[in-house]
Write a protein that binds this ligand. Structure first.
Ligand SMILES: [Zn+2]
Length: 353
């Protein structure tokens, strides 16, 4: 076989292998096998020196052509394989910046907390200060100092959760206990009046407890917001003006209020306050049971006897107090048929607010 034939044979074999190389590493091994230092084409080229002089020009020309052809084929295949590899990598690492991000669920204030904050805001705007007291309270603050004598029915075991010490370590709360879960936020008023001198403009929001079975209109634990004002020259007109303003701020400027005489042990005179029905605007509907009014809070002028317990001179000072239920406001504002939804933690309900 002539040297030219040998070179062409090598070229054809190399071109076939180059064309079938499936990746860059295989292609490189083909290049080394032919054009590397110990490659077969390199070996042929080295042998050119031993050829007879008349054959050398032709052999040199052909071998050069073969080398150029192989290098060109290698380069073309390398470009092809590189682009395939690049496309595969782009495909694998694809990042679609137009996809929406993964959002984390964001919590929100519970409806009770929202309304509490709303009401607190109204009274902060009127210059009231927030007051707090213990939820586990002494009988004295919950009843006695609020003019509720020991034989008063509100103290009954049916209505109040009393705290007893079952371990026997606390003799002061064993047996007949004078420690209880507060049944209203009114004991905070007594504590405020004990620790502050008038003028007092205080608002006490907080949880209270009654021995009720949970049903659509009762909860054993609910939230009250109680207000107390003690100052010189406070009259029932101040009470009416304050609560009318608050009801309009909470329910809307077109709502009206009315005051009905009522009885509470710690205020005299006392009243219950109704706000005009927001659904029928006072003409009467199913929601307001045909009356046009919705009962919303209790209030009254602080009974002089209560001032006596805390050492405030009833001849110099007068005041008023009021209390409202946050759950009831929620039910009226959002037409809730059952108060229990407020405590059940059902996300389908809570997400609506
Ligand atoms: Zn109505």
């Amino acid at each position: 076989m002539s040297i030219t034939e040998q070179l062409h044979q090598q070229r054809d074999a190399a071109l076939t292998q180059i064309a079938s190389a499936g990746d860059l590493a295989t292609l490189e091994s083909v290049r080394v096998a032919y054009l590397g230092k110990k490659g077969s084409l390199t070996a042929v080229l080295r042998g050119l020196g031993s050829l007879p002089p008349e054959e050398r020009p032709l052999a040199g020309k052909v071998s050069n052509e073969v080398r150029v052809a192989l290098e060109a084929a290698l380069e073309a295949r390398r470009a092809e394989l590189s682009s395939v590899a690049l496309k595969a990598r782009i495909g694998a690492e694809a990042l679609d910046v137009t996809l929406p991000g993964r959002s984390r669920p964001v919590g929100s204030r519970h409806l009770i907390e929202q309304i509490r904050a709303e009401v607190v805001d109204v009274f902060l705007g009127l210059g009231y200060q927030i007051a707090e007291g213990p939820e586990v309270e002494l009988d004295y603050y919950n009843f006695t100092a609020l003019n509720t004598p020991p034989d008063h029915p509100a103290r009954s075991l049916q209505d109040t959760f009393y705290v007893r010490d079952l371990s026997g370590e606390r003799s002061d709360i064993a047996g007949e206990s004078d420690v209880l879960l507060r049944t209203h936020t009114s004991p905070v008023q007594v504590r405020v009046m004990e620790s502050q001198k008038p003028p007092i403009y205080a608002l006490a929001p907080g949880k209270v407890y009654r021995r009720d079975i949970a049903d659509p209109s009762h909860l054993p634990q609910f939230t009250q917001i109680e207000g107390l004002v003690v100052d010189e020259g406070i009259t029932f007109a101040d009470l009416k003006g304050t609560l009318d303003h608050a009801c309009k701020a909470i329910f809307g400027p077109d709502r009206r209020t009315r005051f009905r005489p009522h009885f509470f042990p710690f205020t005299e005179p006392s009243a219950e306050v109704d706000v005009s029905c927001g659904i029928c605007a006072g003409s009467g509907c199913r929601f307001c049971k045909g009356t046009g009014w919705l009962e919303i809070l209790g209030c009254g002028m602080v009974d002089p006897n209560v001032f006596g317990y805390v050492g405030i001179d009833p001849e110099r000072y007068s005041g008023f107090a009021f209390g409202m239920g946050v759950e009831r406001i929620a039910a009226l504002k959002y037409d809730l048929p059952d108060l229990r939804v407020l405590l059940e933690g059902d996300m389908r309900f809570l997400r609506q607010f």
